[in-house]
Design a protein around this ligand. Structure first.
Ligand SMILES: [Zn+2]
Length: 141
C-alpha cells in the first residue's frame, strides 16, 4: 500500500518537473496541492495500518478468550479445563481474573499463603482446602 503511495508521490514530482519546464503556474499550483494531499494520505494510511494491527491483535485476544471459555467448567467456585490448552495446567483457575480481565490465572495451593485466608482472590473447596490467586492478592496489596 505504501509502495503505491510512494510511486504516486514520485509520479507527481515527475509531472511537476515537466510543468516547471512548461512554465504552467496553474498546473504547478494544482500539482503542489496534489503532492500535499498525497503526503497526508500517506500519514493517514500509516494511522489506519496501526489501527488495523491493534484491532487484529484485539480480535486474536478475544478469539483466545472465547476458545478458553469453551474449554472450562466451574467446580467448587473455581475454573478447571475440560480439555488441555497448551501452556496451561488443568487448574484450578481464578474465576475473578478470567471473568473480569479475560486472564487464565492458575491458583496457588492447595494451602493458604501466609496471612491470606479470606477476601478477594481466596478460594476454599468444600473439604477445606485453600487456594489463592496470585494476581488478585497482588492487587489487594
Ligand atoms: Zn484472580
Amino acid at each position: 500500500m505504501f509502495e503505491a503511495l510512494d510511486r504516486l508521490i514520485t509520479g507527481l514530482k515527475t509531472v511537476r518537473d515537466v510543468a516547471q519546464r512548461m512554465h504552467d503556474a496553474e498546473l504547478l499550483s494544482a500539482l503542489a496541492d496534489l503532492t500535499l494531499d498525497s503526503a497526508q494520505l500517506k500519514v493517514d494510511t500509516a494511522t489506519v495500518r496501526e489501527e488495523n494491527t491493534r484491532l487484529r491483535e484485539e480480535v486474536e485476544q478475544l478469539r483466545r478468550q472465547a476458545d478458553i471459555r469453551s474449554k472450562i467448567e466451574i467446580k467448587d467456585g473455581m475454573y478447571y479445563l475440560t480439555e488441555p490448552i497448551s501452556g496451561y495446567s488443568q487448574g484450578p483457575f481464578c474465576t475473578r481474573c478470567l471473568d473480569s480481565d479475560g486472564k487464565l490465572v492458575t491458583l496457588m495451593g492447595p494451602g493458604w499463603q501466609p496471612g491470606i485466608e479470606h477476601g478477594p482472590g481466596t478460594f476454599r473447596t468444600p473439604d477445606g482446602r485453600g487456594y489463592t490467586c496470585p494476581e488478585c492478592i497482588r492487587r489487594r496489596r
